[in-house]
Every structure is written in C-alpha cells, then in structure tokens.
Write a protein that binds this ligand. Structure first.
Ligand SMILES: O=C(O)[C@H](O)COP(=O)(O)O
Ligand SMILES: [Mg+2]
Length: 401
C-alpha cells in the first residue's frame, strides 16, 4: 500500500446519487472543488483522489476513498486530519458522513509511537507476568479538592490497592488546587503508600494546556516529581501529544484522555469513529488511551469498542501497543463484564465506583481489586464476596451488572 485509504459511511442528500456523493468527497479533499477549474497544472491529475469501493449499508453507503500519498506532509498529523477528516463533513450533498477508519502507508507512519506502551506500563507496575487487568481511579470530586485533600484521597486509593491514580479531565492548574503543590502532596503520599505496600503506583497529573505552554507545563510537572502525565488529546490536539512524546523526550508514561470525543464519535451516521482517533494516538506516542466500557455510563457501540481495543494492540508499523483504558461509570459489580468483553489487557478505572463505596475510598479500592482477583481466580464477584467484605458491600450498593 503506497497511498492513503479512508473508509466512510455516508447518506447522500435525496437529489444526489451515492456515486456522485463519494466522488464529491474524493474531489473536495484532493484536487477538486464544486466546479471545473481552469487552473489545472502539472501535478493535478496525479494528485486526484479516487473512489475505490462503494457499497450499500443500512440506510446509507460505505465507501473507500484513495488519497495519493503525495498530498500528505509526512509527520504532520493536523494536515493528515485536514484531508481525511476535513471539509467533507460539511458537504451539502451528504446528509451525513462518518469517518470509520484510515490506512496509512509506511511513509506517513514516521513516528516513534509510545515510549512505554502497554508492556512498559505493566513492567513498571509488575503485572507483566500475571497479566491481570490494572485498576485505576480518578480522583473525585473532579474539582474542588485542595492539594492536601487530593493527596489524602490518592493515599487511600493507593493503600487500598489501585495501580493507577489520575486527575480528572477538568482539573489542571486552577487556584483551588495548583498543579505544583498538588503533585508534591500526592507524590509524597504515594511514596508513603509505596513503601508501606511494596507496590508501585502511578499518578497521572493532567497537564492539558494551550499549545505553546504544554511542554513547559510537562517539564514543570516532572520537576515536581510526577511519574505519569495525562493529556486531554481532543481538546489539546494531537500536536500536543506529539510535542510531549517527541520534543520533550519524557521518561514517564503518557495517559491519554479523550474528553469531547463524544461530539465526534457517538453518532453512528455522522462524525469520526474512535478507531482513526485511536490510531493517531498510537502514532503520536500515547501509552494508555481511554476507549470506553462495555457496561459503564457512556453510550457507544461495544462491537466498535472491542475492535478499537484490538487495533491498539495489534501489529502497527512496529510501534508498541497502547494500553486501553475502560472508564466511566464502572464499579466492582461491572468488572466481570468488562474483563469478559474486553480481555485482561485493560486498565479498569472507577471514580464514583471507588470513592462512593459505603466505607470510603480505601474500601472501594479494595473492592475493585477483589473483583479483579475474583475474575482471575475464575470466581464470580458474588462468590468472592462471601469472604471479602469490601466487595460484598460494593455489590450490595451497586449490584453486580
Ligand atoms: O475521566 C473519567 O474517566 C471519569 O471521570 C470516570 O469517572 P466515574 O468512574 O466516576 O464515572
Ligand atoms: Mg472524568
């Protein structure tokens, strides 16, 4: 494969033939516009896009469009997106259009990808042999805690058994919880928990910021002792992620949150599916990526999710696999469904499902770990709960489905 291929679902406007609608996409994103041109020069023609496949699906059509590799600037993800996910979304001849996936050739895969990847993160935590799912938590409430409050919650979660703790997507460097103080307070408590438990615990500080500040903010976070960084990739952009992984040469994992993705990924007939977004996260160096849950609070297709997680782990330009993260509305009673559906190579995160435990955060963390241990031992959560009180109380509160 030497060119770029993009796959779209679309519904043409009632007065437009499907084949004309597909051609409209190929033209708009390569050499054409809405009318014929008098300015055609040497390269035009060579750089035309083409419709490679077109088939009926549901109420619409699926098409495969070829974009010549020459119209892409290698390494420039914003430019890649401007072609495969650009003006076409606004074309009036389409009632709806959704980018399903992209295939890029070697020449455009000129990225280092994740520094740690799934295996590297597992090695840090020490689960590379057991292969058990990781358990993470999001500090809750998502805003309103001081650095000391945050550190206390983090400590309780850490001693309760989580492997991973993260800021929520709306917490950055606000006055009520300045980032530098927060990192120092949390890392001191994590050090304490690590020496008490003998386990390694990662804390991902959210460094999401404007483009010209994010690298500096990451450097500051590392100076203050952060052992993992988190970025909101859709609001900050892929360039931010790339700048962190390539320019900064960070030596800690990058946790990638995708807040705002639902505006693009959720509608089955319009927008951008998670798959191409996930591929770009892998290219631009994310080590862990939120992709969704089977049974949680966010709405999306479990079929798409399973495949999205697979593509993060399968062979892709020799880049390290990304650790998929299931997060949003999880609690111990949902762990079985998540692992059954998504496999053991998953980070299971719970915010409310840990901090909302009747006996608080530490018991909530224990209950999540017990639910994972139950699965690993081939038992149901209910069976395991008979002699694990934290899990029993969690199931009493939230049920087991
Ligand atoms: O960022 C996230 O993934 C959410 O904050 C999850 O929170 P919840 O577990 O309370 O739904
Ligand atoms: Mg959140």
């Amino acid at each position: 494969m030497s060119d770029v291929f993009s796959y779209y679902y679309f519904r043409p406007r009632s007065d437009t033939k499907p084949e004309d609608a597909a051609v409209a996409i190929a033209e708009e994103e390569t050499t054409g516009t809405w009318t014929d041109l008098k300015t055609r020069k040497d390269y035009v023609g060579v750089l035309d896009g083409s419709v490679e496949e077109l088939r009926k699906e549901g109420d619409g059509y699926v098409t495969k469009i070829r974009y010549p590799v020459e119209i892409f600037e290698p390494g420039n993800i914003p430019q890649y997106l401007s072609v495969v996910a650009g003006n076409l979304f606004g074309l009036g001849r389409l009632d709806s259009v959704r980018l399903l996936d992209i295939d890029i050739p070697d020449k455009l895969a000129c990225f280092d990808g994740p520094l740690f990847g799934m295996k590297g993160v597992r090695r840090l935590i020490g689960t590379d042999k057991s292969g058990r799912p990781h358990v993470g938590t999001i500090i809750k409430p998502k805003v309103g805690l001081t650095p000391e409050d945050t550190a206390e919650v983090a400590y309780n979660a850490a001693v309760g058994g989580v492997d991973f703790i993260k800021d929520d997507e709306t917490l950055t460097d606000q006055a009520f919880c300045p980032m530098d103080e927060r990192i120092e307070a949390v890392m001191a408590k994590i050090d304490q928990a690590q020496s008490e438990t003998g386990r390694k615990i990662l804390y991902a500080v959210n460094i999401s910021d404007r483009a010209d500040k994010i690298v500096e903010r990451a450097e500051r976070a590392l100076e203050h002792g952060a052992n993992t960084l988190m970025v909101d990739v859709i609001t900050c952009g892929y360039s931010a992620l790339q700048a962190l992984s390539e320019e900064l040469k960070i030596n800690v994992p990058l946790h990638v949150h995708r807040t705002m993705h639902g505006a693009m990924t959720r509608m089955p007939e319009h927008g951008i599916a998670m798959r191409p977004l996930a591929r770009l996260v892998r290219l631009s160096g994310g080590d862990q990526l939120h992709t969704g849950t089977i049974s949680g609070k966010m709405g999306h297709s479990p079929i798409e999710l399973k495949r999205d997680n697979e593509i993060l782990k399968e062979d892709y330009f020799g880049l390290k696999p990304v650790f998929p993260v299931a997060s949003g509305g999880l609690h111990p009673g949902k762990v079985h469904a998540e692992i059954s559906g998504l496999g053991r190579d998953i980070v299971l995160q719970a915010g409310g499902g840990i901090h909302g435990h009747p006996d608080g955060t530490e018991s909530g963390a224990r209950a999540m770990r017990q639910a994972v241990d139950a699965f690993m031992e081939g038992l149901t959560a209910q069976e395991y709960a008979k002699d694990h009180i934290e899990l029993r109380k969690a199931l009493e509160k939230w049920g087991d489905s």
